[in-house]
Write a protein that binds this ligand. Structure first.
Ligand code: ASP
Length: 586
């Protein structure tokens, strides 16, 4: 090897040893008689010393080394005079007696420092340089550690990793597919899996009763901080289980990983909340329960007092922000503006300040007496010093807006501490979701999800009311994973496709293979998939999954480093039997 040690491991116990190190020049400081170089590798930084008096020629050479040159040095480990407590090698330095330049480097386009001067765009273009920086290196190390913990747990629990193909046919997870043309079968296309859903179900039929896979999934959706066109799932499936069994096993996994990564012990079971209750109390299917501030419905104490806005509303709902009665007019106006943002879409916001003297000051004093407001306060359990915030309108939009406002208030009141983790299960999701644009039902999870058997009869009369054996793991308001108990009976699956608006032929064409498989002894089964990138980002304390992926895409789905996506040669197109309409000039 071109080194005896790495740049992060030498300490006082190595003094007087002759060592060889290889690495990158992080910093070169010429102090006249002496030159100091910080040598960096993945493990850390070691200080090298070149002395003009003892070895002028070598010192001259060292002075000329540029940033990011790759060098190999040999020298003696000595105790440092001025110690650096901040780094593990801070008590020693190396008096170099031989230096080899292994490779030169151009001056990098941005500084390879923790706080770099490089903007996002340039760092994406030179991602391989950005990855040399500590923050990204630590993120990838965290990713590796979380992955290791996940695998250890699953292997201990007898899960077996099985790979499934990437070149498949569409899997309906609700997004658009990425497609790949087939040369050997002109005019036909593979689709990249949005998840290995049907394959893992087939594996259950094959008898591999505990499957997992750390697997890339591909979804052509609009991108956000927590979305990438290709991302990694911890994909799992089990046979002979019910909803409760899956929840227990994967709660065990979450607890194991929290212990390994954060040394946090969750002694209690994670709370479980039904989807309907989550929507009623938090207006969200992924509630952040690090703080309370639950919704309280106020129709009975607010309506029929002459305030038309409330009287006409399907829902009047309030939250109590503890200690926020001191908010100034300016802050309250900001909150009004916040809920009126187009993406939130509330018309207005009513507030009530609970004064220290027991009186109330509200934005609707014209319509409501002090007694009326006292009734609101009692209902939302507001005390002197608290602020009551009220929204109204149709149920879905109002809940949605109140969810945003609640999160905003949680943020303002410092209740969303990143180092506090509050996991929960949201269970019993609706089976179907009404798509108003297309006037049809969609599967809320996916078409393979089993309805609650005792609600099956409603499928004919009131399909929107049927719930599913479907569950999500939510941590701090982020959906970390989701899954369901599956249908394993051919007739039921075929009925489900009908409810989802598939003709018999379409269902047969797309999923005939699965329904045929169900006829050969399919065991009861169910599973879950967890977003690995999101899980790691959560442990890292940010929302941006991009920072935890070695080579991510930007918000336009491009990899600017390799310039992808890109056109292909005419010859390739021809071979594939494709013609491309001239793309618009950029
Ligand atoms: N395939 C599902 C998804 O990607 C997860 C599951 O049902 O296991 O969301």
């Amino acid at each position: 090897m071109l080194r005896t040690n790495n740049c992060g491991e030498l300490n006082i116990s190595n003094v007087e040893q002759i060592v060889t190190l290889s690495g990158w020049v992080q910093k070169n400081r010429d102090m006249g008689g002496m030159t100091f170089i910080d040598l960096r590798d993945r493990y850390g930084i070691t200080q090298l010393v070149f002395n003009m008096e003892t070895n002028a020629e070598l010192c001259e050479q060292a002075r000329k080394l540029g940033r990011e040159f790759v060098i190999q040095v040999r020298g003696l480990v000595i105790e440092r005079e001025s110690k650096n407590k901040k780094i593990s090698t801070g008590e020693i330095e190396i008096i170099v007696d031989s230096l080899t330049i292994l490779n030169k480097s151009k001056t990098p386009p941005f500084t390879i420092e923790d706080d770099t001067d490089g903007g996002e765009e340039i760092r994406m273009k030179y991602r391989y340089l950005d990855l040399r920086r500590n923050p990204l290196k630590e993120n990838l190390m965290l990713r590796n550690k979380v992955g290791f913990a996940v695998r250890s747990y699953l292997n201990k629990m007898e899960f077996m990793e099985v790979e499934t193909p990437y070149l498949i046919k569409s899997t309906p997870e609700g997004a658009r597919d990425f497609v790949v043309p087939s040369r050997m079968n002109p005019g036909t296309f593979y689709a990249l899996p949005q998840s290995p859903q049907t394959f893992k179900q087939l594996l259950m039929i094959s008898g591999y009763d505990r499957y997992y896979q750390m697997v890339k999934c591909f979804r052509d959706e609009d991108l956000r901080a927590d979305r990438q066109p290709e991302f990694t799932q911890i994909d799992c499936e089990m046979s002979f289980v019910e909803q409760n069994d899956i929840i227990e096993i994967f709660e065990g996994m979450a607890k194991y990983v929290f212990k390994e990564i954060k040394n946090i012990d969750f002694k209690e079971d994670f709370p479980r909340i039904k989807y309907d209750d989550a929507m009623r109390l938090y207006g969200s299917d992924k509630p952040d329960i690090r703080f309370g501030m639950q919704f309280v419905e106020l129709n009975d104490v607010t309506q029929n007092k002459g305030f038309k806005v409330f009287d006409d509303a399907e829902l009047v709902v309030g939250i109590c922000a503890t200690g926020a009665a001191t908010y100034s007019r300016k802050v309250l106006d900001k909150l009004v503006k916040f809920v009126q943002k187009p993406q939130i879409g509330a018309k207005g916001l009513v507030y009530v300040k609970c004064n220290e003297d027991g009186s109330f000051k509200s934005s609707v004093d014209k319509f409501y007496s002090q007694e009326d407001l006292k009734a609101w306060a009692d209902k939302v359990d507001a005390k002197a010093g608290d602020l009551i915030l009220v929204l109204s309108g149709d149920t879905d939009h109002t809940r949605n807006a109140m969810n945003e406002l609640r999160l905003e208030m949680g943020e303002r009141l410092g209740l969303r501490d990143r180092n506090n983790y509050a996991p929960l299960w949201v269970v019993d999701f609706p089976l179907l979701e009404w798509d108003a644009d297309n006037e049809r039902f969609h599967a809320m999870h996916h078409p393979f999800t089993s309805p609650k058997i005792d609600e099956m009869h409603l499928l004919e009369t009131d399909p929107g009311k049927v719930h599913a054996n479907a569950y999500d793991l939510v941590i701090n308001g982020v959906e970390i994973g989701g899954g369901s108990i599956r249908i394993y009976d051919k007739d039921m699956q075929s009925q489900m496709f009908t409810h989802l608006g598939f003709t018999k032929e379409e269902a047969q064409e797309q999923f005939g293979f699965l329904m045929s498989a169900f006829e050969y002894g399919a065991p009861p089964h169910g599973g879950i998939a967890l977003g690995f990138d999101r899980l790691v980002a959560m442990f890292g304390g940010t929302d941006s999954i991009r920072d935890y992926i070695a080579f991510p895409k930007n918000n336009s789905g491009q990899d600017v480093m390799i310039s992808s996506p890109a056109g292909i040669a005419d010859g390739q197109l021809e071979e594939l039997g494709l013609t491309v309409n001239a793309p618009e000039e950029k």
